[in-house]
Write a protein that binds this ligand. Structure first.
Ligand code: TYM
Length: 345
């Protein structure tokens, strides 16, 4: 698409979101939340952090528990350092502009693009005829989440890379078809960075740490207490070799690479820094040090989470204010988009 305008000149904005699954884990924190906070604290871009409840209903869900799951995710954002006075924190369903833009994008995205999405294949499983249509168009709604703010940066873990490429394809196609030579939407940059971009299961270094894993020992939840964190790390799968002194020595040692990566991400260091300190030592020495670091970084977050979650009214107030702030940016962008594609007004 050589004639696609890409010279977007609008303001820099950050958007990201998580599913309200009730429990966030270390992968969510190191892969995404930590970078959300860092971008917020740069103070140079407006940040929008939503809880994606529209996405949550693409799979079977429980209407009775969904509202508290949204509150729980919002509390985890705040406990991790997202500051509601700086960033808008809100439920996706409370800003109707997301769904409105998603419909328009459903008519921009091509079936072939969606058929290549690996997450749909994973989530739909073998019986894809029974998957909801919403699950299939999930990444289109994700593109709408981003572009309804004309967000230029999206901090996420590595598993979201393909969805962000789709978002750029949708923006480029829209700009080409309707932009009249201008970049109406930005080609959003994913912010996937640091050794925490892909945190793996504690039980299998080749599988992603995930809330859907049946074994709770496979992940560290943000709500886990110090004893639970220490026990899970102690039980984490490893190999019998001591740690190497160089990063190259982690090749073909997925469990060792994962634990070193987690340590590095928690401490804000590189894997090389960690290996410089622990190279040559066995896991008997390394695991207690890692557990101590994990507890040191996560304890304040889980304490704050527990405090916040006991005050539903305060969380609801934050979510309402966030939705209002987000709508004030999103609605004019949807209105402008509707005009651009020729809707009556
Ligand atoms: P979700 O809810 O699965 O995950 C939320 C965020 O956590 C990251 N993450 C991980 N990072 C590192 N290692 C892991 N093991 C790990 N597991 C999860 C994810 O990459 C993500 O950043 N489709 C999205 C939600 C979404 C969204 C958006 C994100 C909807 N609209 C718009 C960004 C922008 C999802 O299901 O994330």
């Amino acid at each position: 698409m050589s004639d696609t305008p890409t010279d977007y000149t609008g303001p820099q904005r950050v958007l990201s979101g998580m599913q309200p699954t009730g429990r966030l884990h270390l992968g969510n924190y190191l892969g995404a939340l930590k970078n959300w906070v860092a971008l917020q604290d740069e103070g140079t871009q407006e940040c929008f952090y939503c809880v994606v409840d529209l996405h949550a209903i693409t799979m079977p869900h429980d209407p009775d528990t969904l509202p508290d799951a949204v509150r729980s995710a919002a509390a985890a954002y705040i406990a991790a350092g997202v500051d509601p006075s700086k960033s808008a924190i809100f439920a996706q369903s409370a800003v109707p502009a997301h769904a409105e833009l998603a419909w328009i994008f459903n008519c921009v995205a091509r079936l072939g693009w969606l058929e290549r999405m690996t997450q749909f294949k994973d989530k739909a499983g073998k019986d894809k005829e029974r998957a909801s249509v919403g699950l299939f168009t999930y990444p289109v709604l994700q593109a709408a989440d981003i572009l309804v703010y004309k967000a230029t940066h999206v901090p996420v873990g590595e598993d979201q890379k393909q969805h962000l490429e789709l978002c750029r394809d949708i923006a480029a196609r829209f700009n080409r078809d309707y932009g009249k030579g201008e970049a109406f939407f930005p080609l959003t940059e994913p912010v996937i960075q640091g050794p925490g971009a892909r945190v793996m299961s504690l039980r299998d270094g080749n599988a992603k740490m995930s809330k859907s894993d049946v074994s709770d020992n496979s992940r560290i939840n943000l709500e886990d207490d110090a004893d639970t964190i220490a026990r899970k790390i102690k039980k984490a799968k490893t190999d019998p070799e001591p740690l190497p002194s160089e990063e190259a020595g982690l090749a073909d040692r997925p469990e060792a690479a994962n634990l070193v990566g987690i340590f590095a991400a928690l401490a804000g260091k590189t894997k090389a820094d960690i290996l410089a300190e622990y190279g040559g030592q066995g896991f008997g020495a390394f695991k207690p040090a890692l557990a101590e670091a994990a507890v040191q970084y996560l304890a304040p977050i889980s304490d704050e989470y527990r405090r916040l979650i006991s005050d539903k009214a305060e969380i609801d107030r934050i979510l309402s204010a966030g939705a209002e702030r987000a709508s004030a940016v999103a609605q004019p962008i949807v209105d402008e988009t509707k005009k651009t594609i020729g809707f009556w007004s």
